[in-house]
Design a protein around this ligand. Structure first.
Ligand code: ATP
Ligand code: MG
Length: 204
């Protein structure tokens, strides 16, 4: 079901975006079309010291801007990257809700991330602040939503299957395998220019 025009529905798409890839973009665009969102805001995560590999937040932010610039419904938020310390979904939802008190907020995740978020503390408040959308993703089974008793809180979004992950893209850079058509050309060029995903010296 689509919402009516001008109903004020905003999608929020969080992630590391290290780097942003076609799976993220296809998911956001499908959510925009299916739900009838006016806007999708991408929210790159702040510094993640717990992740073994983490590209500086500012560079992940810039790649996200490059990848989304041509879509008039897409924008990128600095909310998490400008914040000190780790940010949780609940913090982001509270801020978004403060900034936009009257819109319907939809939090969009892939099939893997939905369970991480909704089995954490503050899950109940998260569910009150936004409607949750879980996109199908190859390799991840949404049936676990049922066993966790979460199915009725989550809208499932059928997305053309793209078995792409940022980890795989990083590995491809390191192993000099092609990344073209998996990530936007601008992102590929940016990553090469700043030598983001190279193992060491001497790689292309
Ligand atoms: P990594 O391999 O580093 O974990 P990732 O590809 O999972 O990267 P994230 O930045 O972790 O990308 O994901 C951001 C959001 O996008 C998450 O909700 C994730 O589930 C979703 N997502 C990522 N890739 C896909 C995909 N191919 N199809 C559908 N959803 C996806
Ligand atoms: Mg991930």
């Amino acid at each position: 079901m689509q919402l009516g025009e001008g109903s004020g529905a905003v999608g929020i798409m969080g992630g590391s975006f290290d780097p942003i890839h076609m799976g993220h973009l296809v998911t956001a665009e499908q959510a925009r079309a299916d739900i009838g969102l006016d806007e999708v805001v991408f929210v790159p995560a702040g510094a993640q010291p717990q992740k073994a590999h983490s590209t500086p937040a500012e560079l992940r932010y810039l790649m996200t801007v490059l990848a989304t610039a041509a879509n008039p419904a897409f924008s990128v938020s600095r909310l998490e990257i400008d914040r000190e310390g780790p940010t949780y979904t609940i913090d982001t939802l509270r801020s978004m809700r403060r900034e936009r008190p009257n819109v319907r907020l939809f939090f969009i995740t892939g099939a893997d991330a939905i369970l991480d978020i909704l089995t954490w503390k503050n899950a109940q408040e998260c569910l009150e602040l936004a409607e949750f959308v879980a996109a199908t993703r190859p390799g991840y089974d949404l049936r676990r939503l049922e066993s966790e008793g979460l199915r009725r809180h989550v809208r499932i979004l059928d997305v053309p299957a793209l078995a792409i992950s940022s980890s795989d893209v990083r590995e491809r850079f390191e192993q000099q395998q092609p990344v073209r058509y998996l990530i936007p050309l601008e992102v590929e060029q940016f990553a090469r220019k700043y030598r983001l995903y190279r193992n060491g010296p001497g790689q292309a």
